[in-house]
Design a protein around this ligand. Structure first.
Ligand code: ASP
Length: 321
């Protein structure tokens, strides 16, 4: 894969967290902390992206991530264009490049892209002009780097360190790009106790770094410092797979009773959108351990940080020419 960093080590693209150093991840989180404002506080408003044009290309539905990228860009003074597109109307790889070249001709500097087809972000970084960057806002079931970063910021805010943490990732791991990016980031940042918790058919085929597998939620979340719940992604399941919501909640739903098995200071996370009453009980989603809304808040700060860092790399590159 083409590197996400330029020759000077500056972040140029962000399409997954694999291969990024602990120092790079930490510096993104540090920058995000500068931009973060709690709900009710005046938002950070800067000019770090003045003169920068960003195109949000979403070939898959999105609420949080799209709004979050747009707000992040606007709060740093960028010009933004949002396009909701249909993957189905696309001949593999071809018309997406035409869209990209068209927007490049309008002086777009950064593309934010979400797509259900594996490999699209990598394909694009191999084709964009040298002064253009690509950020993935979700690639198939494989990667969701800014979600991974916002999850790490949320954990770091409460737990300070990653070493020694017990993190349970529970639910539809097989189809989850959120779980894959979180597991990569946790491994890089030093967490060695990661539990993958799901009924057998929803566990991933591949191994996640340094993780153990559990097929009973009670065992998987015992003593956990963080319980990361995942949405059941029916849209990614084969048509033949039937899943009974009530039976899933009975066997794997995170209820208040089950949560007592985790650490008394456990954090409950969920990337959204939530299926209340399927993977998580409403009392837990809205309860005292939940940091789900903080994750959303951190998402804007992390995306501001990523955009600002990448725009800085592009500006330095331009100055060096
Ligand atoms: N919003 C997250 C994603 O895009 C999680 C989910 O959809 O379940 O992957």
């Amino acid at each position: 894969m083409q590197s996400q960093e330029d020759v000077r080590g500056g972040l140029r693209h962000l399409i997954n967290l694999q291969g990024l150093s602990r120092q790079t991840l930490t510096s993104i989180l540090d920058r995000a902390e500068i931009f973060r404002r709690l709900p009710g506080q005046p938002t950070y408003s800067g000019q770090e992206l003045r003169g920068v044009t960003i195109a949000n290309l979403f070939f898959e539905p999105s609420t949080r991530t799209r709004a979050s990228f747009e707000l992040a860009a606007l709060r740093l003074g960028a010009q933004v264009v949002n396009l909701d597109l249909q993957s189905s109307s696309r001949v593999k790889g071809e018309s997406i490049l035409d869209t990209l070249f068209t927007l490049e001709a309008m002086n777009t500097d950064i593309f934010v892209i979400r797509d259900s087809e594996p490999g699209v972000p990598e394909y694009l970084i191999n084709h964009v002009a040298p002064h253009v960057s690509v950020i993935s806002a979700g690639e198939a079931h494989l990667s969701h780097p800014t979600q991974g970063l916002l999850d790490m910021l949320t954990i770091r805010t409460h737990k300070r360190h990653f070493a020694g943490l017990k993190v349970a990732i529970v639910g539809d791991l097989r189809h989850s790009r959120v779980a894959r990016s979180a597991a990569q980031a946790l491994a890089t940042l030093g967490t060695t106790d990661v539990r993958l918790v799901a009924p057998e058919p929803l566990l991933p085929d591949e191994d996640f770094p340094g993780s153990q597998r559990f097929t009973r939620i009670e065992a998987g979340i015992a003593g956990a410092d963080v319980v990361m719940m995942l949405r059941i992604q029916k849209e990614r399941m084969k048509k033949s797979t039937s899943l009974d919501d009530a039976a899933y909640f009975r066997d794997f739903g995170l209820t208040e009773a089950r949560l007592t098995l985790a650490s008394p200071s456990v954090l409950v996370m969920h990337p959204g959108p939530m299926n209340r009453g399927v993977e998580i009980a409403s009392e837990v989603a809205d309860g005292p351990h939940s940091v789900i809304r903080e994750q959303v808040n951190n998402g804007v700060a992390v995306r501001m940080a990523v955009l600002a860092i990448i725009a800085n790399t592009l500006a330095q590159q331009r100055r060096a020419l």
